[in-house]
Ligand binder design. Sequence first.
Ligand SMILES: Nc1ncnc2c1ncn2[C@@H]1O[C@H](COP(=O)(O)OP(=O)(O)O)[C@@H](O)[C@H]1O
Ligand SMILES: [Mg+2]
Length: 145
Amino acid sequence: MSYINGAQLSEVGDADNPEDLYWGIIEGIKKLFADVGIVHGGDLSEFNIMIDLDNGEPYIIDWPQWVPRNAPGALDMLRRDITNVTRYFVKRFGLDVDIDEVYNYVVGNVEVREESLEEALEELLGSEGLSELMGSEKEEEFEDT
Ligand SMILES: Nc1ncnc2c1ncn2[C@@H]1O[C@H](COP(=O)(O)OP(=O)(O)O)[C@@H](O)[C@H]1O
Ligand SMILES: [Mg+2]
């Protein structure tokens, strides 16, 4: 990810249009979930969203605990991400949105079939991608034997 010349959402005093900003973040979450197939992982909040100072666009950062959407618990994590972000906008900017409605909007008609983390990763990345991701762990395994 490239460096964003901006401020954490938590430090943004005034947003020109908090509603647009909120829906921009939700659209980002939806795209990642529906098109890319991943979930941030339950740690999404005003501290992990940067607002670009040049164009006001939101960027979600801090992804080390991401999971594929078919991984165990991914939907719970997605709900937690949406809840954190929504509660912040409700409290801070007085938005009137219903978390269940937003969650249903994000999931849309995407079919989630829960499988093991490894299966979900392989499905998302292919077997080569999975080996690359697991590379360092595999080496450690070989060293042990
Ligand atoms: N791509 C980025 N562009 C600009 N600032 C960033 C970027 N990534 C991280 N930061 C800054 O560093 C802080 C900590 O980074 P983060 O990835 O959230 O790590 P953690 O919360 O685990 O310490 C962020 O809150 C943000 O202020
Ligand atoms: Mg962070």
